[in-house]
Design a protein around this ligand. Structure first.
Ligand SMILES: Nc1ncnc2c1ncn2[C@@H]1O[C@H](COP(=O)(O)OP(=O)(O)OP(=O)(O)O)[C@@H](O)[C@H]1O
Ligand SMILES: [Mg+2]
Length: 356
């Protein structure tokens, strides 16, 4: 909420005019009572000492009442909220991010302290989320590192055994190489993601041939589509579509989308790569006739380390789409996914097409 909206929606003072006039009016009335008392005791012909005692008792009661009332108000409106805030801040400082403070006033009587409490609660929730992400990230990384290391250790032990046949030796050596490659990809992807997330990478924009780049990315998968007998089609509108963008970062997107399409499509399926213009933007689509995704999977595919399809979880670490999304965000683009379980998936990337 903007500041101006806050100032309209909430009370800006804990000592508003209402209280000022309340005190003022009460004291005026009490001084009237004082005069009334004075006239009363005088007309009753009390002696002077008694008059003084009555008046003194009256003002002592007034002073006591007002002091108690003011103290009560200060306690209710300041001390208790501040004590709760101090307690909650202390719990956050000691690492408990689940703490929340109840608001003190309802909607139309809310004041700046209630806004502060709302912000405090939001801050605690945000810190909690960051902490969960951090803990999840470390446990995911550790898990992803542990698996290939265990494989390497196991295969290395087997390789050390005497009397291996040549075929066994080659098999174990191949397993070690694949696990090492997997580790290498994992670390490279984590480093890339870290660099992209820390904003240390702003796109290095240049004018380049997007069609050529798409074709080059697609050709990397030629061995895969031949081996899996996948029908691959490239539908590229312009032979040389020049765009302004980061020529080094964008292949990360195409490689990941194509690798997913080929990975999640069974033998004999179809993968199509399209590129065209629409409403002044460049659209790149990767469509496959693969296993598709349900709603639950679709919600999480851009999360780091998320892998919906467990049958392929050894191929990759679930970082591809998180990386691709980050590159698209940095490039000022959008990425959408449509998918039907059992039928297939379409990823649609739209990039700004500034003339240059
Ligand atoms: N074309 C697709 N068809 C079906 N499911 C997909 C498709 N693309 C992505 N997914 C789902 O989204 C998950 C996350 O994809 P992502 O590319 O981030 O990870 P990955 O491919 O498993 O591993 P990595 O990309 O790190 O090699 C996949 O594990 C899969 O469940
Ligand atoms: Mg992937």
């Amino acid at each position: 909420m903007k500041n101006t909206e806050i100032s309209k929606a909430v009370r800006q003072s804990r000592f508003p005019k209402r209280i000022f006039f309340g005190y003022y009016g009460a004291l005026l009335i009490l001084s009237g009572v004082h005069i009334g008392l004075l006239l009363g005791v005088q007309s009753a012909h009390f002696n002077e000492v008694l008059i003084i005692v009555v008046i003194l008792l009256f003002w002592a009661a007034v002073a006591g009442g007002l002091t108690l009332y003011t103290r009560q108000q200060v306690k209710r409106t300041y001390e208790i909220p501040m004590q709760r805030l101090a307690d909650a801040a202390g719990r956050i400082a000691s690492g408990d991010f689940s703490v929340r403070i109840e608001p003190f006033n309802e909607n139309d009587t809310r004041d700046y302290l209630d806004v502060m409490i709302d912000d405090f609660n939001k801050m605690a929730a945000e810190l909690g989320n960051i902490e969960t992400l951090r803990v999840d990230f470390f446990s995911n990384v550790s898990h992803e590192i542990k698996t290939p290391i265990a494989i390497i250790q196991n295969s290395a032990e087997m390789l050390g055994r005497p009397g291996l046949t040549e075929q066994e030796r080659l098999e174990y050596a191949g397993t070690v190489t694949r696990a090492a490659k997997r580790l290498n990809t994992l670390i490279t992807n984590i480093l890339k993601l870290n660099k992209l997330e820390n904003q240390s990478t702003t796109p290095r924009v240049s004018r380049f041939d997007l069609s050529g780049q798409l074709i080059r990315s697609a050709l990397l998968f030629e061995p895969v589509w031949e081996e899996k007998d996948i029908n691959f089609e490239a539908n590229i509108a312009d032979e040389r579509r020049m765009i302004n963008g980061d020529e080094e970062l964008l292949p990360l997107v195409w490689d990941n989308l194509l690798s997913n399409a080929f990975k999640f499509t069974d033998k004999g399926g179809t993968v199509t790569l399209r590129e065209y213009s629409e409403n002044g933007r460049v659209i790149v689509e990767v469509e496959d006739s693969g296993c598709g995704m349900d709603e639950q999977t679709k919600k999480h595919i851009f999360d780091k380390f998320y892998q919906g399809d467990t049958s392929h979880s050894t191929e990759g670490n679930g970082l591809g789409l998180a990386l691709a999304m980050r590159v698209i965000q940095i490039s000022g683009g959008d990425m959408e996914v449509k998918s039907v379980p059992g039928k297939g998936t379409v990823f649609t990337v739209s990039l700004p097409d500034s003339p240059g």
